[in-house]
Design a protein around this ligand. Structure first.
Ligand SMILES: NC(=O)C1=CN([C@@H]2O[C@H](COP(=O)(O)OP(=O)(O)OC[C@H]3O[C@@H](n4cnc5c(N)ncnc54)[C@H](O)[C@@H]3O)[C@@H](O)[C@H]2O)C=CC1
Ligand SMILES: O=C([O-])CC(=O)C(=O)O
Length: 332
């Protein structure tokens, strides 16, 4: 029997990530090739005409899984009945800016959209915040939508996770699909800690630790980390626009794994509400290694943390606490 359509909201749908993301969703990349979808697209009035253009192209593409399109500048109409909300709407960073520089514009958007989601989304709606500062926007959304369970509100660090996989794959000249279990700890910012201490590569002789294969701790503790931390800025420098196709693809990965589950023995990185695991302060949206099953994520527990990792994990937590304080000062 055909499945009922899932309603997926994309905010900022007339923007560049939106333009890459909506066809992926309509093609089944996010929720699977047998899952019909109804797309809800929100943007602001100055982008209404462009948004309508995206709606027209979605119709022209004749996606078999796409059962309907709502394209609107009305936040209530956009949020009504949605099962999944991908929050991309906001103002992107330009060259020379840090992600927290876009803070004041974006946190106020997330405060107001929190109540629309709380009041009009389907029960158990899963929320992914992409717009920067992603962790702090997600935290503001959580705090101003108190009736949405905190486990349903997440932010995107899967792009950083995928960037880390990509760097290891390039370095070792192996397929990216054979590399797994890197971890992005903390903030989706240049303070994030990309950790390879538990990462492995599938080889003809079985799974081997990344460190053992790379044999270059100076690179793994130095250049590798800064490359992943700075990759967003490098893309902005090259394209004069921030990452879009990789962000859209990673957003699909995030939701797909959350809804359909992670493969046995594999974890992924997600920004989730900290419960104090790994001595990360509770009350922050912090990126952890998680496994997903039955539509729920769970933080991977019990990984040994060395001294260098501890310092880097604490540093990015401190930045998130500062961002939280700054966000509240922007809102008051
Ligand atoms: N977490 C991550 O890994 C990544 C996050 N980002 C962030 O994603 C966001 C979107 O990036 P782009 O698509 O490149 O930007 P963009 O500027 O091309 O698109 C953003 C869209 O949001 C719309 N918008 C603005 N205010 C809105 C509101 N209140 N409600 C609904 N829509 C609104 C704009 O009109 C625009 O169409 C930025 O904040 C960017 O920094 C980008 C790449 C990766
Ligand atoms: O760097 C930016 O501003 C966009 C972004 O979040 C990324 O590419 O990781």
């Amino acid at each position: 029997m055909a499945k009922d359509p899932v309603r997926v909201l994309v905010t900022g749908a007339a923007g560049q990530i939106g333009y890459a993301l909506v066809p992926m969703i309509a093609r089944g990349i996010m929720l699977g090739p047998d899952q019909p979808v109804i797309l809800h697209m929100l943007d602001i009035p100055p982008a209404a005409e462009a948004l309508n253009g995206v709606r027209m192209e979605l119709i022209d593409a004749a996606f078999p899984l796409l059962k309907g399109v709502v394209a609107t500048t009305d936040v209530v109409e956009a949020c009504t009945g949605v099962n999944i909300a991908v929050m991309v709407g906001g103002f992107p960073r330009k060259e020379g800016m840090e992600r927290k520089d876009v803070m004041s514009k974006n946190v106020s958007i997330y405060k107001s959209q929190a109540s629309a989601l709380e009041n009009y989304a389907a029960a158990n709606c899963k929320v992914l915040v992409v717009a920067n500062p992603a962790n702090t926007n997600a935290l503001i959304l959580k705090e101003f939508a108190p009736s949405i369970p905190e486990k349903n509100i997440t932010c995107l660090t899967r792009l950083d996770h995928n960037r880390a996989l990509g760097q290891i794959s390039e370095r070792l000249n192996v397929q990216v699909s054979d590399v797994k279990n890197v971890i992005i700890w903390g903030n989706h910012s240049s303070s994030q800690y990309p950790d390879v201490n538990h990462a492995t590569v599938k080889t003809p002789a079985g799974e081997k630790p990344v460190r053992e294969l790379v044999k270059d701790d100076a690179w793994l503790n130095g250049g590798f980390i800064t490359t992943v931390q700075q990759r967003g800025a490098a893309i902005i420098k090259a394209r004069k626009l921030s990452s879009a196709l990789s962000a859209a693809s990673s957003a699909c990965d995030h939701i797909r794994d959350w809804v359909l589950g992670t493969p046995e023995g594999t974890w992924v990185s997600m920004g989730v509400y900290s419960d104090g695991s790994y001595n990360v302060p509770a009350g922050l949206i912090y990126s952890f290694p998680v496994t997903c099953s039955g539509g729920e994520w769970k933080i991977v527990q019990g990984l040994p943390i060395d001294e260098l990792s501890r310092k880097k994990m604490d540093l990015t937590a401190e930045e998130l606490s500062e961002e939280k304080a700054l966000a509240y000062s922007c809102l008051s």
